[in-house]
Ligand binder design. Structure first.
Ligand code: RP5
Length: 154
């Protein structure tokens, strides 16, 4: 993620990965404040053993796109809900990549962080049947938790 301040959003993705038993590292890598860290991370991520990168950033959110420019790994972008523009700035910065350098862009905020984790797990599950089963069980539990009628207490 681009900043410590993004962790409040990105932690929801981390928690989802925990629930699925998917290993990850959470790092702060800013395209603007730590550009050398970005280049080193993105260039070395595949050799380090990473298989999917989830990049969350807000405002002028160049982290996902620049990361994708330096790696062939799948990069999923999470637009952080910014204070100034409610995340529209983040969304447009991440989603509108030029053809040839892909970023899979998720929804703004918490939903995007959770779905990035689920999508990363789905990608990894194509070559990991046990993870696929855990993912199926996660979705099943979610379905079972939806009540048929609304509650006044919820
Ligand atoms: C971006 O700037 C970060 O991804 C963050 O969402 C935003 C604001 O960062 P802080 O000023 O809160 O560190 O690079």
């Amino acid at each position: 993620m681009g900043s410590q301040s993004d962790w409040a959003t990105m932690r929801h993705g981390a928690e989802t990965l925990d629930q699925l038993g998917v290993g990850y590292e959470a790092r702060v890598v800013s395209a603007h404040r730590t550009p050398d860290r970005l280049v080193a991370f993105a260039k070395g991520a595949e050799a380090e053993g990473f298989e999917v990168i989830v990049a969350g950033a807000g405002g002028a959110a160049h982290l996902p796109g620049m990361t994708s420019a330096f790696t062939l790994l799948p990069v999923l972008g999470v637009p952080i809900e910014s204070a100034a523009l409610s995340g529209m700035d983040s969304l447009l910065s991440i989603v509108q990549m030029p053809g040839g350098v892909p970023v899979g862009t998720l929804a703004i905020g918490k939903a995007g962080a959770i779905n990035a984790a689920l999508l990363a797990a789905a990608i990894l599950a194509r070559s990991d049947a046990e993870l696929g089963e855990r993912l199926a069980q996660w979705r099943k539990r979610q379905t079972e938790a939806v009540a048929a009628a609304p509650s006044d207490d919820a």
